[in-house]
Design a protein around this ligand. Sequence first.
Ligand SMILES: CC(C)(COP(=O)(O)OP(=O)(O)OC[C@H]1O[C@@H](n2cnc3c(N)ncnc32)[C@H](O)[C@@H]1OP(=O)(O)O)[C@@H](O)C(=O)NCCC(=O)NCCS
Length: 151
Amino acid sequence: MRPLETRDMTPADVEFAVKLERAAFGKTLGETTLLDDVGDRHKAFYCIARSGDERLGFAGIRFHGETAEVMTCVVVAAARRKGVGRALMKAMIDACEERGIKSLTLEVRPSNDAALAFYGAYGFSTVGLRKRYYKDGEDAVLMLRPIGGGR
Ligand SMILES: CC(C)(COP(=O)(O)OP(=O)(O)OC[C@H]1O[C@@H](n2cnc3c(N)ncnc32)[C@H](O)[C@@H]1OP(=O)(O)O)[C@@H](O)C(=O)NCCC(=O)NCCS
């Protein structure tokens, strides 16, 4: 495999991102939302993980004052457990540090064992529960990672 790298996401990556989210979640943030976010560097940061020309995953955060929120983080199924998620997480945390963000939050399904383990491995702690957060009625676990003074 060629070296794993991350780069900023561009509008040309949105079709890839939509397909990847649909494959992973059966739903997507949507082309319009993704295009808006990718086009506004003050509001959001989205990145692509790649090996040569092959795109292996993408992730995105939105900035809200001194906090930021993970909007999505998905790795191509065949490329999981090879450090792609780690590279995306590093890019997101670097983007937060550059902007002086103090904490990064996210919501995740309690049934998503891989994601809970992944976020836990990168310094996120559970700080709350959002009851019936998802359309199908499942709760969301709210996780937070301090930035700057954190890991
Ligand atoms: C969660 C996800 C992004 C992780 O990406 P990944 O590329 O597989 O993660 P990495 O290989 O970088 O793993 C880094 C660490 O996270 C933890 N981890 C990741 N996947 C795990 C799993 N399935 N089980 C247990 N721990 C896991 C491990 O500590 C791992 O380190 P290790 O492989 O040295 O043990 C990926 O599983 C995914 O795309 N899932 C579907 C989409 C999703 O649920 N996204 C999160 C909600 S938005």
